[in-house]
Design a protein around this ligand. Structure first.
Ligand code: VG1
Ligand code: CO
Length: 543
């Protein structure tokens, strides 16, 4: 088969963000754009040469085209073996699972996660390393550096490859194996949870819904919840992956999954509902008349870890991203286990999980997971909650409220200002940084600032430093305001403002969240001069 070398020019915008390279589809469709980035991965990641690569995506528009190009490039770049999810599909956690189970040297996940899809939507590429987790910063830096000097890439001339039938075939010297995208992952889930107890729960009058949001988790949820666990047919809604996610925003939060939230309210409310995002790594948990905040969900799962067959003695430690509420810190303190605070993005949990320093970790952005893979895992969280409900035989609301009574409640909300001008956003952050030394000890409204800093993280395992990871302003009674700019958007900048206020076990736990956080929200706008600098009076999205 003929190997072609193609001359190219660098693109200046190929720096991966919080989770891979994400751009508008039209950007990826430019001649050489995808190829340059893929070549930069293959040329800098030497273990892939002669090794095994896992390949799949969330099924969004451009997935099929990209897979054909990547296969031809992989064969030309000396990859020996490529495992492709049937139809080009693999959820992000399933890709992590397949990399680990098959001892692959890395994987490419084609997804822009919860960003809308379709010809005018977004596309993305995440590179995961041999532990199954997102490439750490030193790897993405090397890939980016290569992309800035690239002059050539190589690929095999070949007819389109059939990725729809299971089995093996050759492309040049490379063995392509089309695998069932669900099988390895579903088997791993049966090791993690008490499937018999969950089946028994589902066989009773317990009612649940899982919203796959027209994205990748449909086939996984149908196989695991309906086929293996015996949930009623129709439990999984919006279960057929579509290239444009039916024009929806596959982001599992109360704003974007409003239809599911409605199913948990009123006379015919279901007992439990959950949703996952475009690529299957996020989760939203709902009970009858209650939304479980992701930060609380992590804390509750950590507090009850001994309910899961994989952790009969509980867990050794937990980690949360810095903006995630400190609910899990309370649990760690009570249980006497380690607790780490990392920058935003799952890649920072990898070294702690590999070293056995933690078992569970999570992010406020609807990400929860454990050491079973190296990605956050939407269905894992759903099964964990089902396992908990099966063991405790209490409602979601009862479990959450008794958690608050024991540990106190961290009222929490994120206010996003979307698609603001990039220069304005950077100016706002710079101005905040300048204020930091003056803030401690000042009185703002009825609060006193205890500390104000720009979060910097030294990985306790590999000692790499990541600085400028978000601005934290902490108050003496435990409240916090955190500011950071999103690293996953594709249009302008998104300012995320995270608000948190703690009321102890004896405090009131049934108040309105935005009311409890009202003073902090006003302060967050004043301290950062949000209106003055961005022209925005109020956030575009409140979660
Ligand atoms: C967001 C979230 C972050 C998450 C990341 C990737 O990043 O805040 O917690 O890890 O998305 O999730 P940012 O930089 O936009 O705040 V996913 O499901 O999009 O891979
Ligand atoms: Co995602």
């Amino acid at each position: 088969m003929h190997k072609t070398i193609v001359n190219t020019q660098p693109f200046s915008d190929q720096k991966p963000g919080t989770s891979g390279l994400r751009k508008r589809v039209a950007v990826f469709q430019q001649p050489h754009y995808l190829e340059n980035f893929i070549q930069s991965i293959f040329s800098t990641q030497s273990p892939l040469s002669g090794g095994t690569l896992v390949l799949g995506g969330d099924g969004r528009f451009y997935n099929q085209t990209a897979i054909q190009i990547i296969l031809r490039m992989a064969a030309a770049n000396g990859i020996a073996h490529c495992l492709v999810g049937q139809g080009g599909l693999l959820s992000t956690p399933a890709a992590s699972c397949v990399i680990r189970q098959h001892g692959a040297q890395g994987g490419l996940i084609l997804s822009a996660s919860h960003n809308p899809a379709g010809p005018s939507g977004d596309f993305g590429i995440k590179f995961n390393v041999a532990n199954g987790g997102p490439a750490p910063e030193k790897v993405t830096q090397a890939i980016y550096a290569y992309s800035q000097t690239i002059r050539q890439y190589t690929l095999l001339e070949a007819e389109p490859i059939n990725i729809h039938s299971l089995g093996k075939q050759h492309l040049g010297d490379m063995l392509i194996e089309v695998i069932d995208p669900v099988a390895d992952y579903a088997a791993l889930m049966t090791d993690q949870f008490d499937f018999a107890a969950i089946s028994e729960l589902l066989a009773g009058d317990f009612q649940m819904r899982f919203d796959a949001m027209h994205a990748i988790t449909g086939p996984y949820a149908q196989a695991i919840l309906e086929q293996r666990l015996g949930a009623q047919q129709g439990t999984v809604i919006h279960g057929t992956p579509q290239e444009d996610f039916a024009g929806q925003h596959p982001d599992p939060n109360p704003a974007h999954a409003a239809e599911l939230v409605e199913m948990t309210q009123g006379d015919n409310a279901v007992d439990f509902a959950a949703a996952s995002d475009g690529d299957g790594d996020r989760n939203m948990i709902l009970g009858k008349d209650i939304f479980v905040s992701p930060s609380d969900s992590l804390a509750i799962l950590a507090a009850n870890a001994n309910c899961f067959p994989a952790y009969p003695k509980g867990i050794v430690g937990v980690a949360r991203s810095m903006p995630t509420s400190q609910a899990v810190d309370q649990v760690a303190e009570h249980k006497g286990i380690a607790c780490y605070e990392t920058p935003t993005g799952w890649k920072f949990f990898g070294s702690l999980l590999d070293a056995g320093a933690i078992h569970f970790c999570g992010e406020e952005s609807f990400g929860t997971g454990s050491n079973h893979v190296r990605e956050k895992d939407g269905l894992w969280a759903v099964l964990a909650w089902l396992n908990l409900l099966a063991v405790k035989r209490q409602s979601v609301r009862q479990i959450v409220q008794s958690h608050w009574r024991e540990y106190g409640r961290h009222y929490y909300s994120r206010h996003d200002y979307e698609a603001i001008d990039q220069t304005c956003a950077e100016h706002l952050m710079d101005r905040l940084r300048e204020q930091l030394p003056m803030l401690p000890q000042t009185r703002l409204a009825d609060l006193t600032v205890a500390y104000a800093d720009d979060f910097s993280y030294v990985d306790p395992i590999d000692h790499t430093t990541s600085s400028q990871q978000g601005i934290r302003i902490g108050f003496t009674e435990g409240s916090r305001i955190v500011y950071r700019l999103s690293g996953t958007g594709t249009v302008g900048a998104t300012l995320r403002v995270y608000l948190e206020r703690y009321l102890p076990p004896t405090g009131q736990h049934d108040l309105d969240i935005q009311q409890v956080l009202g003073t902090l929200a006003t302060l967050s706008r004043e301290i950062a001069d949000i209106k003055q600098i961005t022209g925005r009076e109020r956030p575009d999205l409140i979660v």
